[in-house]
Write a protein that binds this ligand. Structure first.
Ligand code: HAM
Length: 425
């Protein structure tokens, strides 16, 4: 019989790898807590109309990459990103009336029907956050600085921080006009997708993946030439704050990002090109001051970002994997098994993670298994220990071994686990 395999572009994360995932998730949760963010969880499935309205009909994500299906007369979609659903929840629960500023973060799977390659999957995980109610630019700078520090904490070097501003509706309208005027005489040279978008959504041509389109837009007018004064001030303040914080950044005037909802501040961070190749964008985000009103809420400014968790994992290969258990309980012979189970239960009550191996292995095999699990301490219980109500506590790092009474042994194991260990996690 043919084995059943996972869906193309959707990957298993096995327990051997999960320690590295959890390390990054914990670092992210810590950074979020330090910056006043609280976690939000929204559904994996939303109505298709939400993404069409929030992300924009003429975007790669909506046109080509969504997993959509009909169910009992409803058009539904597996979320391709987190922002639209989180904004929907913000509007649906009238959160603006409860708090002036909301800082929310999320982690979870997203789904895009893209061509799978290294760092690009059809089910992938994002770490993201959104701020509602703060027009910036101070919080924009804070977010960018926080993210640069987060990547640094993960040991990702050579990070490039790209920033730009798309301006508000006025600037965007002016820019669209300038871009269409520039591209129309060259229209026949554009890719078929871009020829269509010239009429519907010309800004999308700037992030076209076609090399011909890229060459054509290289000399196109810049957004910065048509900035409205308020947009210019916003961007200048953002730069001032970034400079005051000492966050290295580079202005990338062609950065528009692939989603239609952005206004003003935009940013992306790239890194580890040698490991990620073309898909080296670790995270991206920006301001989307119009979305909450577009979804039926009041006018509330918003900014956010999302990072690809798999890309962070590929980029930060020095993230440690954690040991499976602290303590390994090794009964020698069947007589000692119940005694071992009792002792392990007492250890767990003290918060010590332990595993009992009651398969009847030799001491040598048990010690080998303890090492492979990354245990620091082995508790050995043989028939003589059972008779004398003692246990042997073996320190796999300090290499000492003590024969102790039960209560003393519980205490000794906790103490050993508290002691610092050179080179041991
Ligand atoms: P995005 O640029 O589409 O933005 O995705 C953010 C990050 O998710 C990317 O930089 C990349 O690391 C990761 N990513 C995207 N697609 C894939 C894929 N197919 N496989 C693996 N990783 C991927 C957003 O999603 C916006 N919601 C960000 C945002 C939040 N803007 C404002 N608030």
């Amino acid at each position: 019989m043919n084995p059943i395999r996972a869906v193309k572009g959707m990957n298993d994360v096995l327990p051997d790898e999960i320690g590295r995932w959890q390390h990054i998730e914990a670092a992210f949760a810590r950074s979020m807590r330090l910056h006043g963010f609280r976690e939000v969880r929204t559904p994996y499935v939303e109505t298709t109309g939400l993404f069409v309205r929030a992300i924009g009909e003429v975007t790669d994500v909506v046109e080509k990459e969504m997993y959509s299906f009909a169910h009992h007369g409803e058009e539904l979609t597996l979320r391709p990103e987190g922002t639209a659903g989180v904004a929907r929840a913000y509007v649906e629960h009238a959160v603006h009336a409860k708090e002036p500023v909301s800082r929310w973060y999320y982690t979870g799977a997203m789904f895009r029907a893209e061509r799978p390659q290294r760092g690009r999957y059809r089910q992938f995980y994002q770490l993201g956050a959104e701020i509602y109610g703060d027009p910036g630019p101070a919080c924009d700078a804070e977010l960018i600085d926080m993210l640069a520090a987060f990547l640094g904490d993960l040991g990702i070097g050579d990070v490039e921080v790209l920033v730009n501003s798309l301006g508000g509706p006025l600037t965007r309208a002016r820019y669209k006009e300038a871009l269409v005027t520039y591209l129309t005489p060259r229209a026949s040279e554009l890719s078929p997708d871009s020829q269509r978008r010239l009429l519907t959504s010309p800004l999308r041509i700037l992030d076209s993946k076609s090399p011909i389109d890229q060459a054509l837009v290289a000399d196109a007018p810049s957004l910065h030439d048509v900035f409205d004064p308020s947009d210019r001030d916003h961007f200048a303040s953002l730069e001032r704050h970034l400079q005051a914080l000492g966050t290295p950044y580079r202005i990338e005037p062609r950065l528009v990002r692939g989603l239609d909802y952005y206004t003003r501040t935009l940013f992306e961070m790239k890194g580890a090109k040698n490991k990620l190749g073309a898909g080296d964008t670790l995270l991206g985000g920006g301001r989307y001051d119009g979305m909450i009103a577009d979804l039926g809420g009041p006018v509330v400014p918003a900014i956010g970002f999302a990072a690809g968790l798999e890309r962070l994992l590929i980029a930060s290969d020095n993230v440690p994997s954690s040991p499976t258990v602290d303590t390994f309980v090794a009964p020698l012979g069947q007589e000692a098994v119940s005694y071992a189970l009792l002792f392990a239960r007492d250890l767990r009550r003290l918060g010590v993670a332990c595993e009992v191996d009651a398969r009847g292995l030799s001491l040598k095999s048990l010690l080998r298994r303890a090492n492979s699990l990354g245990a620091r301490v082995v508790v050995i219980l043989g028939e003589s220990e059972l008779r004398d109500e003692v246990v042997q506590v073996k320190d796999l790092v300090g290499h000492g071994q003590q024969r102790l009474r039960r209560e003393e042994a519980l205490h000794a194991v906790s103490e050993l686990l508290r002691a610092p260990t050179a080179g041991h996690p």
